[in-house]
Design a protein around this ligand. Structure first.
Ligand code: NAD
Ligand code: ZN
Ligand code: ZN
Length: 389
């Protein structure tokens, strides 16, 4: 079959790869109908997560049709239209029982790398390097879905593929940020990063009752979408004084919840950016944390900061003093998709959660390089590129 593979730093190509096979009784084979780029893929593409091999199939956010089920599958039959969580979780272990699915003890079949890096391995993820299990991704005609009764969900008839697609990863990630970030009715929430993840976090915060949600980015076309489609206020950190504006808009106190939806390749205005980038290139730090720093500095005393952006390791100038002295709660997580997808599909069906506007570009896998280039460079008004295999 045809698949879009990682070939080296910022290089992808379509290759012929073997068709996936059922390997375990809980597996299912899905014919991919739509698969989409994610900011997380950019970290792989840029070589910031150095556990990819040339020829690895990319992609972890997708919808498709079930074409084959293993003997242990109870919840699906051939022909079902499904959306699949990007994280792979067994549904049985201690963490899955606590609904902390991305912490699954059995999803990652190659735990040694992340145990060494972080002290313990999280679950597995489709198309997300050998550190996350080395699973083939969804930018392909077909994909093997392990633990499919746990990770795949039938899409209600009145929800389109274009909408359901984003329940797979960006909408569930965004919802988790607002939920575990502790958003309460009446809160003011600020979100750094107006990519699909940030936009979905902002939308979730509003649906959870936040009174005011403010998105921070430097790309006006993304901020405009956050205003029009999500109902968020916006700040452009290259033009606006983010700290002063946030104080002004919160009666001098600062946001209650700050959500970081940028990750390890954060951009910063001014010379700080060059300094952070050089240190990262020299491997003196693995991540650039300009947005996280801003979230921590600007959060109100006693507030909470949730890290949705992906980070790999150790960082420079982490403002621990602000965390301690301002009494902040800082949390982060990979997405617990299985916990949120059924609820998100219901909200999609009711029209409360509209996501299809995130797909600014739709093309075939053959155009993969262009699709990733415009997504990476934020050109041509790209928010997410969807591929139809
Ligand atoms: N926790 C999870 O499970 C999970 C799931 C999906 C994605 N992610 C991560 O979420 C992050 C965002 O993903 P995305 O798909 O929206 O990516 P994206 O690349 O489309 O968007 C990132 C946005 O951040 C903005 N940005 C950069 N520096 C900034 C700064 N200093 N302040 C404010 N904004 C800044 C960029 O301009 C861009 O618009 C990535 O790190 C991705 O890996 C995490
Ligand atoms: Zn993702
Ligand atoms: Zn588990």
């Amino acid at each position: 079959m045809k698949a879009l593979c990682w070939e080296g730093v910022n290089k992808v190509a379509v290759e012929q790869v073997p068709d996936p096979q059922i390997r375990n009784s809980g597996d299912m084979i899905v014919r991919v109908r739509r698969t989409v780029t994610c900011g997380s893929d950019l970290h792989l593409l840029g070589g910031y997560i150095p556990f990819m091999r040339a020829g690895d199939v990319l992609g972890h956010e997708f919808v498709g049709e079930v074409v084959e089920v293993g003997p242990g599958i109870r919840c699906h039959t051939v022909g079902d239209r499904v959306v699949v969580s990007s994280f792979i979780s067994c549904g049985q272990c201690w963490y899955c029982q606590r609904r902390e699915y991305s912490l699954c003890e059995n999803g990652n079949t190659n735990p040694a790398i992340t145990e060494h890096l972080w002290g313990a391995a999280p679950g597995g993820c489709f198309g997300y390097s050998h550190a996350m299990g080395g699973f083939a991704g969804s930018h392909a005609e077909y994909i093997r879905v392990p633990f499919a009764d746990v990770g795949a969900f039938t899409i209600p008839g009145d929800v389109s593929d274009e909408r359901a697609l984003f329940a797979s990863d960006s909408a569930s990630t965004g919802w988790m940020g607002a939920d575990l970030g502790g958003v309460r009715p009446g809160d003011v929430v600020a979100v750094w990063g107006a990519g699909a993840v940030g936009q979905m976090a902002a939308r979730a915060a509003l649906l959870l009752g936040a009174e005011q949600v403010i998105c921070v980015d430097r790309f006006d076309y993304r901020l405009a979408l956050a205003a029009q489609q999500v109902g968020a206020e916006t700040l452009n950190y290259e033009r606006d004084d983010v700290g002063a504006e946030l104080l002004e808009r919160t009666g001098g106190r600062g946001p209650d919840v700050c959500i970081e939806a940028v990750g390890m390749e954060a951009h910063a205005a001014g010379p700080q950016h060059v300094y952070d980038t050089v240190k990262q290139q020299l491997r003196l730090q693995t991540d650039r944390i300009a947005a996280l720093r801003s979230a921590i500095y600007n959060c109100r005393k006693g507030g909470s900061v949730f890290v949705l952006g992906v980070f790999a390791g150790v960082v420079d100038k982490f403002p621990l003093g602000a965390v301690m002295n301002k009494g902040l709660t800082v949390r982060g997580a990979q997405m617990h998709g299985q916990r949120y997808i059924p609820m998100l599909l219901e909200r999609m069906s009711r029209g409360e959660l509209v996501t299809e506007y995130l797909a600014t570009h739709t093309m075939s896998l053959d155009e993969g390089q262009r699709g990733y280039d415009i997504f990476k460079d934020k050109t041509d008004g790209c928010l997410r590129t969807v591929f139809i295999p």
